[in-house]
Design a protein around this ligand. Structure first.
Ligand code: PLP
Length: 385
């Protein structure tokens, strides 16, 4: 599951210390808080970890996307290209910002298909959002080349891939802006929370203003007299989340190491099963490792495989267990906003997703648990394939 598995004494102490000091707000109250600013510290450490210039803590990954789209100056009716397989929040953020979501097919990496991205760019495209799904980096070289050729900003949705990387760079830091989620099931958790990152001071300033009602945080002025030039909303992170984040960031490399170790063991053990084809990994070294996804020959086989896995008490993650929330083909409640307004308009993604299975990998996965998953998959394969 990620960082939540490791919540312990250090998180408890960090949170208690904030509560004892009594200032839960990220700004002001300098004397009472003894000049201790946990969100600010978390942001500085996050910059260092990610290798980027600016980080802004926000209330959630969904908020991070909304704030980033505001900083990128998305206007009503602008087209934003993202992908057909993502969590619904990516689309909701575009709609909240007044944009029109244009969704690409995914390829065998289960991330944005660069060829379809190229085909779907129009003169109205204002932002491209590749999503690093299930810990795996998207094909960023191809995506960045397509975007740069046309001068279209890239916003990476790295909400499912905090700590993953692509060719030596952390996911979230290759585009113009990046976003992360720290909700309860992520590699790093602050309960709820998120981060916006960028290397561009102007985009950072706009994000910072927008996430706090337009406040420009002028150090010469008390908050009540602060200057404003744009409207905004409240997407702020609080000090409890900041304190949690500092501790959890220290744990992130351990989380990734354990995920990768367990995933490698399971993957190696089931690799020889004929009929199982693993998902493409655009950079295997950068995979965050919290999910092992593979394809079966056809949708019927995948359905049977999934049913038998349940009988063996082997869990799946998103594919297929939460497809209702992750694939446009199931979004009758949103499709009226997504051209071409038909849930069957992504045949390549649908065909791939219907024959995909994803296994969750956790940090504290015991040898016994790993063996149970391996044996379970082997038994199911014998019966179904
Ligand atoms: C791809 C993606 N984007 C955005 C989000 C939204 O993050 P949050 O739950 O922190 O709002 C999620 C959450 O799971 C996600 O998976």
């Amino acid at each position: 599951m990620g960082g939540a598995e490791l919540i312990g004494k250090e998180e408890k102490e960090a949170v208690s210390e904030v509560i004892e000091r009594g200032v839960l707000f990220r700004y002001g109250f300098n004397e009472k808080r003894k000049n201790i600013f946990r969100v600010l510290e978390f942001e500085a450490k996050f910059n260092q970890y990610m290798g980027c210039a600016y980080s802004l803590g926000v209330a959630s990954g969904s908020a991070a996307l909304r704030v980033a789209l505001a900083a990128l100056n998305l206007k009503r009716g602008d087209e934003v290209i993202t992908q057909s397989f993502t969590f619904v929040a990516t689309i909701e953020a575009i709609l909240e910002a007044g944009g029109v979501p244009i969704l690409t097919e995914v390829d065998k990496s289960l991330n944005m298909d660069p060829r379809d991205l190229e085909a779907k760019i129009t003169e109205k495209t204002r932002v491209i959002i590749p999503v690093h799904m299930l810990g795996v980096p998207a094909r960023m070289d191809e995506i960045m080349a397509i975007a740069r050729k046309r001068n279209i900003p890239v916003l990476e949705d790295s909400c499912q891939a905090c700590g993953s990387s692509y060719r030596g760079k952390k996911t979230g830091t290759m585009g113009d802006m990046g976003t992360y989620s720290f909700d309860y099931v992520k590699t790093l958790t602050t309960g709820e929370g998120g981060m916006v990152v960028t290397n561009d001071k102007k985009l950072y300033d706009l994000a910072c203003y927008y996430h706090d009602h337009g406040h420009e945080h002028n150090p010469e002025l008390p908050r009540g007299e602060d200057s404003h030039s744009i409207t905004g909303f409240n997407y702020r992170m609080n000090e409890i989340q900041g304190a949690m984040g500092i501790v959890q960031l220290e744990r992130l490399d351990f989380v990734l190491t354990e995920h990768r170790k367990h995933k490698t063991r399971i993957k190696k053990a089931i690799a020889e099963i004929p009929g199982i084809e693993f998902r493409d990994l655009p950079d295997p070294d950068g995979d965050g490792g919290d999910t092992l996804a593979f394809f079966l020959g056809d949708a019927g086989t995948a359905r049977a495989f999934n049913a038998f896995l349940a009988r063996e008490k082997v869990d799946t993650k998103i594919l297929p267990s939460a497809m209702n929330w992750h694939f446009v083909g199931n979004w009758n409640h949103i499709i009226q906003y997504c051209p071409p307004y038909r849930v069957d308009a992504w045949p390549q993604s649908e065909a791939l997703l219907k024959r995909a299975i994803a296994l969750p990998i956790s940090v504290r996965m015991s040898d016994e648990h790993i063996s149970r998953v391996i044996e379970g998959v082997r038994r199911v394969a014998k019966e179904v394939l």
